[in-house]
Design a binder for this molecule. Structure first.
Ligand code: ZN
Length: 268
């Protein structure tokens, strides 16, 4: 594949892209209302700065369409931008969770829960669900909920027994409110169950935040509006390390007009 050879730009190259003349950029026809609320990506004051560049100068361009429920196609000054929407959103959510986490751990190295920190829990801002999400739980899940009560509180998750074999999720981190609460709860409980209750936050908070970000991010086949796609692109532009997903894969690729012209043997 020719595309494989054409390595895309990384967001770390964005400073170069910001200076790119926008001669190739078409007149934008889409009003990019930053409907971040709809995606559960509400900007938190102090965490993100929304750029105020004119539309033609956006490094990741303006959204054109969603492809097969997986990719966002966008047009920027250089040509075509292709974004893996789940990987990109997962990274954005992860960086936001990490930023909230860091605010509670001044040394920035671990998430050690001090005895006197009860008044500052949770570390991740939490939001109650309008309707608690209940699910039939395994005995291990019920036991983990009790044994890891403090960790769950730190993570902004309110999971309590509803009846003998049923658990109720009553609150989730604000950044994950759009995700599937039950899937989130089960995946976090599965991870917690593999650790000692009194050291899990210290030892495994990075993994836990990664798991939570994955389940809070938009999933493949979720239909996005152009406004939501544009909001995601703008957030990528302002999020550190958003050029790679949590597993080190690229979140976006640039295919230049020259590469497209080569594909179609134009100008030969
Ligand atoms: Zn994921």
């Amino acid at each position: 594949m020719h595309f494989e050879a054409a390595v895309g730009h990384r967001v770390s190259d964005l400073s170069a892209l910001w200076q790119t003349p926008s001669s190739r950029a078409a007149e934008p026809t889409v009003q990019a209302g930053l409907d971040t609320q709809a995606m559960g990506m509400a900007p938190v004051p102090g965490e993100l700065v929304t750029p105020t560049l004119p539309e033609g100068d956006w490094p990741l361009g303006r959204a054109l369409a969603q492809l097969q429920g997986v990719y966002i196609l966008a047009e920027n000054a250089k040509g075509l931008v292709i974004v893996d929407m789940h990987a990109a959103h997962e990274r954005i959510v992860y960086e936001r969770l990490k930023a909230q986490w860091a605010a509670h751990t001044p040394d920035g190295t671990n998430g050690d829960v001090k005895d006197d920190s009860a008044s500052t829990l949770p570390y991740l801002r939490s939001q109650p669900l309008l309707i608690p999400a209940t699910f039939a739980a395994t005995p291990l899940e019920v036991a983990t909920t009790e044994a890891h009560a403090t960790a769950l509180q730190v993570l902004g998750l309110d999971i309590t027994p509803f009846s003998g074999k049923t658990l109720a999720v009553r609150a989730v981190p604000t950044h994950l409110i759009q995700g599937d609460a039950v899937e989130l709860a089960r995946s976090v409980l599965a991870e917690l169950s593999q650790h000692e209750a009194n050291t899990v936050i210290q030892r495994a908070h990075s993994e836990l935040l990664g798991t939570m970000a994955c389940h809070g991010a938009v999933r493949a086949n979720r239909r996005l509006t152009l406004e939501e796609m544009n909001a995601l692109l703008r957030q990528m532009e302002t999020t550190e390390r958003s050029d790679q997903c949590n597993h080190g894969r690229p979140t976006w690729r640039q295919i230049s007009m020259r590469e497209l012209d080569t594909l179609f043997m134009r100008g030969r």
